[in-house]
Design a protein around this ligand. Sequence first.
Ligand SMILES: Cc1ncc(COP(=O)(O)O)c(C=O)c1O
Length: 385
Amino acid sequence: MSSQPPHPALLIPGPIEFDDAVLQSMSHYSESHVGPAFVSTFGDTLSMLRKLFQTSHASSQPFVISGSGTLGWDLVAANLAEPGDDVLVLHTGYFADSFADCFETYGSRPTQLKAPIGSRPQLPEIEKALKEKKYKLLTVTHVDTSTGVLSELKGLSELVRRVSPETLLIVDGVCSVGSEEIEFDKWQLDGVITASQKGIGCPAGLSISMFSGRAIETFKNRKTPPGSYFASMKNWLPIMQNYEAKKPSYFATPSPQLIHALNTSLTQILSKPLSERFAIHREASQKVKKAVTDLGLRQLASDSADQANGMTAIYLPENVKVPELLPNLFKKGVVFAGGLHKDIAAKYIRFGHMGVSVTDSNRDDIDRAIKALETGLSEVGYQKA
Ligand SMILES: Cc1ncc(COP(=O)(O)O)c(C=O)c1O
């Protein structure tokens, strides 16, 4: 039984529901951010991230910085690209536009490779683009939260290494880390940025990232200083290295309470094989997707290979409007999100199925949500043809 006050199950694609222990670890008494106890907790947290991202290279570098997922874009754009550098941004929805905006803010030149809504750029077109121009970075949104499209990383990495080996491969994993398989070393990724509030199951407020030794070298070899102060790796790199070596260090005050929460959620996640966690997410996702199909509805991601395992974006029937359906579901105790992709926002809803809502067998969030969707749709006038 949860000790949290009764509340509707938050089944948006982040923030997600919290485990009691994660939430309770935030009520830790105040302690110095440079005291030995906290430094040890922070250091262990960084080491656990290596396991979550599946990297054992000593040169890989985790960062945990107060901020949200957006700060990860700044870390990449301010430190790994220089003004005038070309960046290839693979577009599968809303979040690629924002990442591209972030690159422009720092003076680099993003080129977006777009796919029709619900799909993703295919390897032959990516290969063509990589052969046309020298790109310093290629970015891919692992799961675009606006469309529920999952991008495939292994084949992409092989392509980049073959066609343009100097290009750094950067993954926006804000909506994938913790719910989708990521093999940082095996897939030769150069950077994965994420945040605390989705698959990791921790309250919002932490930018979490992993960079390869190659990415760190790229930063160190910059000709120009980073165009950001707070997001500068120059400022954060020694701090992260010191924390992991259990040495006190200061650049900007971390949030001890959030670090405690992250430490607890990572301890829970790593207490079981990661493969089991990903399999549970796949199973829950299949259940949701089958229910959606059985209802006669379509997903934005039409090809099953492109469908995320931690969320589902569902087109509504013609006669059903988002502002009618979502309050109906809320009354039934589940919170879904409306559409986000600007071209079709009014036409679909998003159902998040990550973290404790799927991994905790004592919870029935997913079954309740499916039931609510079935009855809610019929109450607002939908009948399957
Ligand atoms: C794929 C993706 N990237 C980046 C972000 C930005 O993260 P935040 O809202 O935590 O700043 C989000 C937020 O939902 C996201 O889903």
